[in-house]
Write a protein that binds this ligand. Structure first.
Ligand SMILES: [Fe+2]
Ligand SMILES: [Fe+2]
Length: 326
């Protein structure tokens, strides 16, 4: 079960979420109640505000115990993880599974906030997260695997943004880490996380529609690269390369994309990376109206039916990235 999965307390109907265990520290106070599960019932393990002692951690040593927080207090866990993100991700005592979960949660929080309001503060938060994500992917091999397979239950637009951000960042690192500085990679990563920010202007009822869209609704959706390009640029954020990702992520190698139907090398390099990650995520994600396609099957569809839409070398690298042993 993923740390982001939700459980319902059998006796109370209260929804609980897994708390990544290795982020817990001795001599710290948390402002959320921490529970453990005994024979199917949730029991208070450490009350909010109480000192988390070595007695607590000793009990956790046997490895079979998991900790939980109430879903209604999850916002505080997110707050804690965001405040201490750099420290948690740099801590050798935190395992890569938990690091992936913390980085994912923090990205999800920043994406949710920026979709609610595009402003300098929310853009900066996404940029800060992108920086941490690049550092994390560069520092640990295992973390990538955990990031790719993480499960979550957030709104699909936010999940999509975060997953595309992760896949495209990883592919950029795989292809260009010797040519780019960490800062440049982080700036691009921010562009990937924000690639669909223009969707914030598309009415939710269109995004969530389960029946086929009308031509005019499609017309609105197809505006999102332009809308997304204008807004962060207005606030003076995003490098030109990152902004080009937002504007051109729906262009396709064979010229079948939009908004300008550019082809091949006429498409900015990093927008081509984003196109691959974007397509893969859209195929593998579950939506209210359809089941998700397994990753292997999605890659096969992309290879057999859509290969002309992608840069061949980049697509090959993407398959290697997701293949066994990353
Ligand atoms: Fe898009
Ligand atoms: Fe997208």
């Amino acid at each position: 079960m993923s740390p982001l999965d939700k459980n319902t307390g059998q006796d109370t109907g209260i929804v609980f979420r897994d708390l990544p265990l290795s982020i817990m520290r001795i001599n710290e106070r948390y402002d959320f109640d921490i529970y453990l599960q005994i024979r199917g019932h949730y029991r208070l393990f450490a009350a909010k505000g109480a000192l988390f002692t070595d007695q607590h951690t000793k009990l956790l040593k046997d490895g079979s115990i998991r900790l939980y927080v109430k879903d209604e207090e999850w916002g505080r866990v997110e707050e804690y993880q965001t405040n201490y993100l750099s420290r948690i991700l740099a801590d050798p005592a935190v395992d890569s599974h938990d690091k992936a979960s913390v980085a994912y949660t923090a990205s999800m929080k920043s994406i949710r906030e920026i979709f609610q309001s595009v402003e300098p503060r929310t853009i900066q938060d996404v940029e800060k997260n992108a920086e941490e994500m690049v550092r994390l992917i560069l520092s640990e091999d295992e973390v990538m695997e955990n990031l790719i397979w993480i499960e979550s239950h957030d709104h699909f637009t936010y999940q999509h943004s975060v997953r595309v951000g992760i896949y495209a960042t990883a592919l950029t690192i795989k292809l260009f880490s010797s040519k780019l500085t960490k800062q440049e990679m982080a700036a691009l990563s921010a562009g990937y996380f924000l690639h669909d920010i223009g969707m914030a202007q598309v009415p939710m009822k269109i995004l969530e529609k389960s029946s086929p869209l009308t031509p005019s609704e499609w017309g609105l959706i197809r505006m999102h690269p332009m809308w997304g390009y204008d807004r962060p640029l207005e606030t003076g954020h995003l490098t030109p390369e990152a902004a080009a990702i937002v504007l051109s992520h729906h262009e396709r190698h064979d010229g079948s994309g939009y908004p300008f139907a550019r082809e091949g090398d006429g498409i900015p390099t990093y927008a081509k990376i984003c196109a691959i990650a974007d397509t893969f995520e859209s195929l593998t994600a579950s939506r209210p109206y359809r089941e998700s396609i397994r990753p292997f099957h999605a890659l096969k569809i992309m290879q057999q039916e859509m290969a002309q839409e992608f840069d061949a070398e980049m697509f090959k690298a993407f398959i290697l990235l997701l293949g066994p042993g990353g």
